[in-house]
Design a protein around this ligand. Structure first.
Ligand SMILES: [Zn+2]
Length: 265
């Protein structure tokens, strides 16, 4: 499928941790004798960050739930297991690009083809969110024995044996702030309004849910503050135009997308 690019919508802002945040690093990177469950960090600066894939994955699953009945993707209907047999994780993925372009979930978040079907690359790019300069300075001064983070004991109960399984979890403390950036690729006018409405809905749902692990224990509550939403038509980029329409939130999506229509260009 040939993809057309009409423009970009760039959304920037801050993710503010309202409660401790735990986004786990893979076990392979853990040194022996350290904390049980560490957070993911930049390998060079050692600063914790929020991987774009974590933000995008959470937004996808929340939007999927919100549109499940509308799209007929309840249960294992039209969904794929990306987990294991014992720990299944079902997500909706269209099997072919022709279906994906008509699907509000796959259009935004992408799909991988199955049984000979073609991939549909995501229209959304979600960048890794790094700590703000202020937060780096602030967190560098906390004295917890860890760099930029705190640790917390959690007592998990083994569901089979009922035995207590205390473990140490590392988390980014409440108040930490991260810079976020999301790019939406404008590929056609027909689906633009629906995509932007769904993107806005996914961000709102994220505020009412949790990022990272242990959300049900209170971890990962975030506030998301927009800095700006910029509408950038490709034709204006080609002519070297430097100023683009800017908005402070999604309250008027009609204005955000107006610049991409032929009559409004
Ligand atoms: Zn789909």
């Amino acid at each position: 499928m040939d993809k057309n690019l009409i423009g970009k919508i760039k959304i920037t802002g801050k993710i503010i941790c309202k409660t401790g945040l735990h986004i786990g690093a893979s076990k392979e990177n853990v040194e022996i004798g350290t904390i049980d469950s560490p957070v993911v960090r930049d390998p060079i600066t050692r600063e914790p960050y929020i991987p774009g894939s974590s933000i995008k994955g959470k937004m996808r699953s929340l939007l999927e739930k919100a549109l499940a009945i509308q799209l007929g993707i309840l249960g294992s209907n039209n969904r794929r297991n990306i987990g294991t047999k014992n720990n299944p994780v079902y997500i909706h993925v269209c099997d072919d690009a022709e279906k994906a372009i008509k699907c509000p979930i796959c259009r935004l978040f992408g799909s991988t083809g199955k049984d000979g079907g073609k991939n549909f690359p995501a229209r959304l790019i979600v960048r890794d969110a790094n700590l703000t300069k202020e937060s780096i300075e602030k967190l560098n001064n906390i004295d917890t024995g860890l760099q930029y983070t705190e640790w917390k004991f959690e007592n998990a109960i083994d569901r089979v044996t009922s035995s207590a399984n205390p473990r140490q979890l590392e988390r980014v403390p409440r108040g930490a702030e991260f810079e976020f950036e999301i790019i939406y690729n404008v590929e056609d006018e027909e689906t633009l309004q629906e995509d932007i409405d769904n993107l806005s809905l996914a961000i709102e749902l994220l505020k009412l849910d949790a990022l990272g692990g242990h959300g049900s224990r209170g971890y990962g509550k975030v506030e998301i503050n927009f800095e700006e939403i910029v509408s950038i038509p490709i034709n204006d980029l080609k002519t070297g135009k430097a100023e683009f329409p800017k908005f402070t939130d999604f309250s008027n999506t009609a204005d955000i997308i107006k610049v991409f229509s032929q009559s409004g260009a």
